[in-house]
Design a protein. Structure first.
Length: 221
């Protein structure tokens, strides 16, 4: 679905900004809470303006995400693969360099992909430089909203996708492999959606925020 439309430049950088927020939290996935933070980190976009107008500034949302992490609602900071292996005397960078020298640049990636795609197998770690995206449904919903309006996917569509995704509890419509992956990453397998918790913590509702986003989108048509 997302391949059928184009992303505006501001929307295109949001996942990368979300990844940086995940790294700040030492979490090994990009979730909807990270995309929400990514919109606010970018700052110069209409979605961020809507959020700030409703009291959801970057500082406020970061503090609330940190609170959910401290409470254990969201995964606590996790050690990296390299840090875990270092505790048993294994230098991951040295292993990677040796594999690259022996088998070629793509050896690590091909091995990880074989494990990931093996039927019934454990969830493999993502190859170097990437972390799993556990909010693909948000991007699909954002793409649908853009397609319905014959527009490129912009920050407002991303925010609308986040809010629509947040209407359902965590764990809705997940395949078994996705459930195993989320459990492996420490992401909640069930319960209230993180974005719903972040919105309602400010005394807001998803419906009111969605109405504001739709109002902005209608002005652009």
């Amino acid at each position: 679905m997302t391949g059928m439309v184009r992303f505006t430049e501001p929307a295109g950088v949001v996942p990368e900004l979300g990844r940086r927020e995940a790294e700040r939290l030492r979490q090994h996935y990009i979730g909807p809470e990270h995309l929400l933070l990514g919109l606010l980190v970018h700052g110069d976009n209409p979605a961020s303006a809507v959020l700030r107008a409703h009291g959801l500034s970057l500082a406020v949302v970061r503090a609330e995400v940190d609170r959910l992490v401290a409470l254990g609602v969201l995964p606590r900071p996790q050690p990296t693969d390299a840090e875990l292996l270092a505790t048993v005397g294994i230098d991951l960078e040295a292993v990677y360099r040796r594999a690259k020298e022996t088998f070629g640049d793509h050896a690590y990636y091909r091995a990880a992909e074989r494990v990931r795609l093996r039927r019934g197998g454990a969830v493999a770690h993502t190859p170097r430089g990437g972390i799993p995206l556990v909010c693909r449904r948000v991007l699909v919903m954002a793409a649908r909203e853009a397609i319905a309006r014959d527009q490129w996917v912009g920050p407002l569509h991303l925010l609308l996708g986040l809010l629509r995704d947040a209407e359902d509890p965590v764990g809705t419509d997940l395949y078994p492999r996705e459930r195993r992956r989320n459990a492996f990453l420490g992401w909640p397998s069930r319960g209230p959606h993180p974005v719903r918790l972040l919105v309602e913590a400010r005394g807001l509702t998803l419906e009111a925020l969605r109405a504001a986003v739709l109002g902005e989108l209608d002005q652009d048509r």
